[in-house]
Design a protein around this ligand. Structure first.
Ligand code: 5AD
Ligand code: SF4
Length: 435
């Protein structure tokens, strides 16, 4: 008999975190109990990411770690790396089962059917997927902020990106299912819902009923008891006038948007097959900021895309500075097999990528500091999340505009929104006092 304990590790984006938590729910409903990934378990699930070669490497490291902790355990690998490279994973002696980004609802049965003698490759052709796959409500998402997945797939095919191949066509979740899950999250005590998806802005385009991201957001905003709604990410071209109207006029919709820019050079944007120019991007941001001067805009930037010259990079730095982002995720370009950019000439040298990435990170930190400093001395509503691990007697939480705030407090304030006067601002977090 295999031990009925499961440990799940996840890498990558918020969609993956959501799905890992749903996988935990699936195992729980079949009588398994969850243990920490560092402990011996009967089953290990590694929910992988493949956005860069580093994600692949980390996925393989987790597989090896699981086997070291319990050599007898069943090792199930799922997620984006599993979807795009099932052969590579099946050839690893440690792996017993590979499930891609679909059929996750069958993972417990597959785990129980697999054995060291009979490995299972359950990866299906994702291009044939037609419907959004419902998974049970995720378990163990904390108690204050919850992710809610509304959509699957991407059809943008940016030249560098493997995600469309890992996630397949656009499939939106039925509006009723989205609303029901939001209601249950609120009933469970959650205060903030973060909408996630692979291309969130494309929500609804594949549904027969005329719906859109703006339409579902409007419905969600009407649910009573919801304190905060946030979007995890949106492509610049998907910011519709209807959605912008909602953001401008709702007190519940957080004034924070993550809008991936990828590069601040028009030449590079074109090579990346991003369908906007720096001028277009700036126009969107300026329009938003005219009406919401304190809006927090965070972004993703890539360093060293093939063909990015020193001049392109300097230009990008200037543009990024002008956009005054409040936070930036920097990725060193990583060629992904099967994507057009992997075959582009003029791949950038690893050392140059590293240098550019460092300069971008430094600029990002400077911009974060600039943005945060605007709030010194002001009082902001903070949603208390958890005790602050860095210092005893303190709690931490987020403001609507995504500033992390640490404040002294001995009571349990989990899930409460408290007015905090910001005293000191910084890159990682701000400190303040309860008003
Ligand atoms: N190399 C590096 N970063 C990448 N991203 C996507 N594909 C690649 C790649 N091949 C980054 C983009 C995207 C984020 C999720 O990952 O910046 O927005
Ligand atoms: Fe990749 Fe572009 Fe899709 Fe984002 S929108 S996941 S960058 S292809």
């Amino acid at each position: 008999m295999k031990s009925k304990t499961v440990a799940v590790a996840t890498l990558g984006c918020k969609v993956n975190q959501y799905e890992a938590a749903a996988i935990v729910s699936l195992f729980r409903s079949k009588g398994y109990s969850e243990v920490d990934f560092t402990e011996p378990a009967g089953v290990y699930v590694i929910n992988t990411c493949t956005v860069t070669h580093l994600s692949d490497r980390k996925s393989r490291q987790l597989i090896r770690r699981a086997v070291r902790t319990n050599p007898e355990a069943v090792i199930a690998v799922t997620g984006c790396y599993a979807q795009t490279s099932p052969g590579e994973l099946m050839s690893l002696p440690e792996v017993d089962l590979v499930v891609g980004t679909s059929d996750r609802d069958k993972i417990v049965d597959l785990v129980e059917a697999s054995s060291k003698a009979e490995k299972i490759n359950a990866v299906a052709d994702i291009e044939k997927a037609c419907f959004y796959e419902e998974l049970p409500a995720p378990a163990g998402q904390g108690r204050v902020r919850a992710y809610l997945k509304i959509q699957e797939g991407c059809r943008n095919f940016c030249s560098y990106c493997i995600i469309p191949y890992a996630r397949g066509p656009l499939r939106s979740r039925q509006p009723e299912a989205v609303l029901n899950e939001a209601e249950s999250l609120l009933a469970a005590g959650f205060k903030e819902i973060v909408l996630t998806g692979i291309q969130t802005g494309a929500y609804g385009v594949d549904l027969p009923a005329k719906t859109s991201l703006a339409a579902i957001v409007e419905k969600l905003l009407r649910i009573s008891g919801l304190s905060r709604l946030r979007l995890s990410s949106i492509e610049p071209n998907d910011l519709s006038p209807e959605l912008i109207e909602l953001i401008l006029h709702s007190k519940i919709f957080c004034p924070h948007l993550h809008i991936p820019l990828q590069s601040g050079s028009d030449r590079v944007l074109k090579l990346m097959r991003r369908r906007y120019t720096t001028e277009g991007y700036a126009k969107i941001l300026n329009n938003l900021r005219e009406k919401m001067p304190n809006l927090a805009v965070t972004t993703d930037i890539m360093a060293g895309f093939p063909g990015e010259t020193e001049e392109d990079f300097e230009q990008a730095l200037g543009f990024i500075k002008d956009m005054a982002f409040s936070g930036m995720h920097v990725f060193k370009y990583s060629p992904r097999r099967g994507t057009p950019a992997a075959g582009f000439p003029q791949q950038v040298d690893a050392r140059v990528k590293e240098q550019r990435s460092r300069r971008l990170i430094a600029l990002g930190e400077q911009l974060t500091e600039n943005y945060a400093s605007k709030f010194a001395g002001l009082t902001l509503p903070v949603l208390a999340e958890q005790p602050f691990s860095g210092r005893g007697g303190c709690w931490e939480g987020l403001t609507p505009n995504y500033l992390r705030v640490v404040f002294a407090c001995l009571e349990n304030l989990s899930g409460e929104i408290i007015d905090i006067k910001i005293e000191k601002t910084g890159i990682q977090y701000q400190t303040g006092i309860i008003i």
